[in-house]
Design a protein around this ligand. Structure first.
Ligand code: RNT
Ligand code: ZN
Length: 415
């Protein structure tokens, strides 16, 4: 079947295929830099373990070891994926020059100047994340620590990151989403649950007291249910983050779909939050039995998340990917997840939403089920190919060989 034939089939359902393609090309999706180096960053000893309750597994060759390698890998990924990429950086990816090094509480915009140049040359915006893990000052708590010196250190880190986020937004002319996630919590049953939560709140308040332009910097609070070694209690739980974000007009909720009980679905949470808030942020990932951060697939829940984003208003949701697989070619992992989320968004944009809603509202659940099932076997692949062509990017079946060549020419030569 040709694209023209596929388009006719969609048009018969009342779907505007060209409009869907045109829209998706403008929707930024944040590409997480941390897939390229197993979340190690450049500001601490790379032989020290990843902390904060997150874990990468696998030792596939080719991990990026420095900014040059990471940038080259990101460039490769960008060449392999359709759509509007935005970069997502962690503070731990600061670039120090001439033997300089500063601790996280002293980070300055200039430590991200190289990243600004990278983004500017490629027309990308940039999102940002303070890094509250993999650092000697995690005691293991950070923003909720009872040790005032530790807590202050991490508050200063958060404030420095607000200034850096503002700098990124101003230099690149696109808003910067600044996501606050800290793995603070306890392995075993705590005696005091409210103390850390009150200190966490105070720390967030102190970080957000740093002046910033609310049209340029969008701070978020990312919740979590548990982490490895932090099984019994998480300070920044779902309720804490929801309540915190709703208590202020300058903080939004960030939902990571790996951060809930496996029977809970983020696809069902999106509309609940958007019934109250103007904006929402997402980390799209794939948890296999736990928050394992597997590569995003074109699977049912990813499709359902994309449908909800489209139906609630794609421009109201800041979209980002968050996964890290060290057991396969990292460039391919990045490209696969990014392409799959693009597929899910395009698939969602090709649904006859008004007709489906009308079936629901008129109580015709028989037809609603049949139509929704039949949409699954529409000639989506033809439209996807056309979208890739329209973006000037490789189609399915054309890009993996490029990742493999890059592996041979570049990645396998890394020690
Ligand atoms: C951890 C959170 C967090 C991190 C990144 C590196 O469970 O999902 O978003 O993955 O900030
Ligand atoms: Zn996340």
């Amino acid at each position: 079947m040709s694209f023209e034939e596929a388009k006719k089939k969609y048009e018969a359902l009342g779907v505007d295929v060209e409009a869907a393609i045109k829209k998706l090309k403008t929707v930024p999706v944040s590409l997480h830099c941390w897939q390229g180096d197993d979340v190690r960053g450049f500001d601490t000893d790379p032989t020290k373990p990843l902390t904060g309750g997150i874990q990468t597994t696998g030792n596939y060759p080719g991990r990026a070891r420095n900014p040059e390698e990471l940038m080259a890998d990101i460039d490769k990924v960008i060449s392999l994926v359709p759509g509007q990429v935005k970069l997502n950086l962690h503070a731990s990816y600061a670039i120090f020059e001439h033997g300089e090094w500063v601790d996280r509480d002293k980070l300055l915009p200039k430590h991200f100047q190289k990243w600004v140049e990278f983004c500017r040359e490629r027309g990308l915006g940039c999102d940002f994340n303070p890094t509250f893990f993999s650092h000697p000052k995690c005691d293991p708590l950070t923003l909720s620590s009872p040790n005032e010196e530790t807590r202050k250190f991490w508050v200063e880190h958060g404030k420095a990151c607000i200034r850096i986020s503002q700098y990124l937004a101003e230099e690149l002319g696109q808003p910067c989403v600044m996501n606050i996630w800290a793995g603070d919590g306890y392995k075993d049953v705590p005696a005091d649950r409210i103390g850390p939560r009150l200190r966490y709140k105070q720390s967030f308040d102190e970080i957000l007291s740093e002046p910033f332009d609310k049209t340029k910097v969008y701070p978020c609070a990312e919740s979590k249910v548990f982490g490895i070694g932090v099984e019994s209690y998480t300070v920044g739980s779902a309720e804490w983050c929801l309540k915190y974000a709703s208590s202020r007009d300058d903080c939004i909720c960030l939902l990571d779909n790996g951060h809930y009980h496996p029977t809970e679905l983020v696809s069902d949470k999106i509309s609940a939050i958007l019934a109250y808030d103007e904006k929402l942020a997402l980390h799209v990932t794939r948890g296999v039995r736990w928050d394992s951060d597997h590569v995003v697939l074109f699977d049912d829940e990813t499709k359902e998340i994309a449908k909800e984003v489209v139906r609630c208003g794609i421009d109201r949701v800041f979209l980002a990917l968050d996964y890290f697989d060290a057991s396969i070619n990292r460039v391919s992992a990045w490209a696969t997840g990014f392409r799959n989320f693009q597929k899910a968004l395009l698939f969602a944009l090709l649904q006859p939403v008004e007709e489906l809603k009308a079936l629901q509202d008129s109580g015709n659940f028989t037809k609603l089920m049949v139509v929704q099932e039949e949409l699954k076997t529409m000639p989506f692949g033809e439209v996807w190919d056309e979208y890739c062509r329209a973006c000037g990017k490789p189609l399915d079946g054309q890009w993996l060989s490029q990742a493999e060549e890059y592996e041979k020419a570049v990645l396998l030569h890394r020690g």
